[in-house]
Design a protein around this ligand. Structure first.
Ligand SMILES: [Zn+2]
Length: 366
């Protein structure tokens, strides 16, 4: 009896200690989070200034995010994504574990506990830092072969991205040193395997979908005959079947890679491709009226400067301050129910808490 009273008291304390970070009860049924990796305000400016069909100008709820890691002023993609995925900052290199290595629940874990469907799309390998923070827990982002093993058990309904290198052994064309064929294992875990994006069109499978379209990553946007928007639309078509709602994370992974090597043409093409995903998300949200769309970045890369314009071609001229990430604030753009929670200047992990609290209002924060 005493033990029972103690349990009730503990539960009451936990409930009274729960802080709801999103400030209203206007909770959306669906949430689509789009992450432009390394997409600083300059990259967004390129889109808004030079792109005919720019999507960023459609947003009315706009804010800024401080992207620091727990241990460093300048975050890497692992700690950056962990802040959004879990509502906690961690050290650079770590994926959804705290600096001491303790596992942190992700928004995917929490959505699944609420029977909400989940999806992850990336133009990198699914084992790369940003998607990996949502679907694995690991002390190091470098363990991409181990992360592939964890993805087997992640239970996410739609997974679309690259990564055969990490799922297949060397003798099957991958880069694994062991003999595993983890793509076959995904089949046994209940997934329909899709190896060509064209096959996503039309038929909506009752099974979970594992679409894997590249070795280390998807081809560059310019070299694909499908856009990130096409993948986003295909995922939404499947996920919207769940009456309880869905959470979908879409990453434009290669904006960062283009900025890392200061390649303007590559960057602009990836920005335009990322726009197609934002467009697909907004199109669905406008029709559905119960979907929150959030667009943000994990950090700025390269501190790009727009320095002029070619009068003949109209193309923007740019200067690069660095090939590294920076601590510049990044933008956050949101549309739909509860979007008013995502304005002002906020820390990245608070943004994560706000998203998680829209799915689980009573989630207990430490
Ligand atoms: Zn990043």
């Amino acid at each position: 009896m005493i033990k029972k009273i103690f349990q009730y008291t503990t539960a009451a304390v936990l409930i009274s200690a729960a802080v709801f970070y999103s400030k209203n009860n206007n909770r959306p049924k669906n949430i689509i989070l789009l992450i432009g990796d390394g997409m600083g305000l300059s990259q967004v400016s390129v889109s808004a200034i030079s792109m005919k069909n720019d999507q960023f100008k459609k947003f009315k709820s706009i804010g800024l995010v401080n992207t620091c890691a727990a241990d460093k002023l300048i975050t890497d993609s692992a700690a950056g994504a962990t802040a959004y995925a879990t509502g906690y900052r961690t050290n650079n290199g770590m994926l959804s574990v705290d600096p001491a290595g303790k596992i942190l629940d992700t928004v995917i874990d929490i959505a699944q506990s609420k029977k909400i469907s989940t999806g992850i799309i990336a133009t990198s390998s699914l084992t790369n830092a940003t998607p990996a923070a949502f679907i694995s827990h690991n002390g190091t982002r470098k363990d991409e072969f181990g992360i592939a093993h964890q993805i087997l058990k992640c239970g996410v309904d739609v997974l679309l991205g690259g990564g055969t290198d990490f799922f297949l052994s060397k003798n099957l064309g991958g880069k694994r040193e062991d003999d595993f064929n983890l793509i076959d294992s995904m089949k046994y875990a209940g997934y329909e395997i899709v190896t060509s994006p064209e096959k996503l069109k039309g038929k909506i499978s009752n099974k979970k979908i594992f679409g894997i379209f590249g070795g280390y990553a998807l081809p560059h946007a310019k070299e694909r005959n499908y856009s990130l928007g096409d993948l986003t639309s295909a995922a939404i078509a499947k996920l919207k079947m769940n009456k309880a709602g869905f959470f979908l994370m879409v990453e434009g992974s290669q904006l960062d890679w283009a900025s890392d090597i200061n390649d303007k043409k590559y960057l602009f093409e990836e920005i335009y491709d990322f726009n197609s995903a934002v467009e697909a998300a907004l199109k669905f949200a406008e029709e559905d009226k119960n979907t929150l769309v959030i667009v943000l970045a994990d950090h700025d890369t390269s501190s790009l400067g727009i320095s002029g314009k070619n009068n003949e071609t109209g193309e923007l001229d740019v200067v690069w301050a660095t090939k590294n990430h920076t601590a510049n604030l990044v933008g956050i753009f949101s549309y739909g129910p509860a979007s008013e929670n995502f304005t002002g200047i906020e820390d990245n992990y608070i943004v994560g808490r706000k998203i998680i609290n829209l799915i689980s209002p009573n989630f207990g924060w430490r």
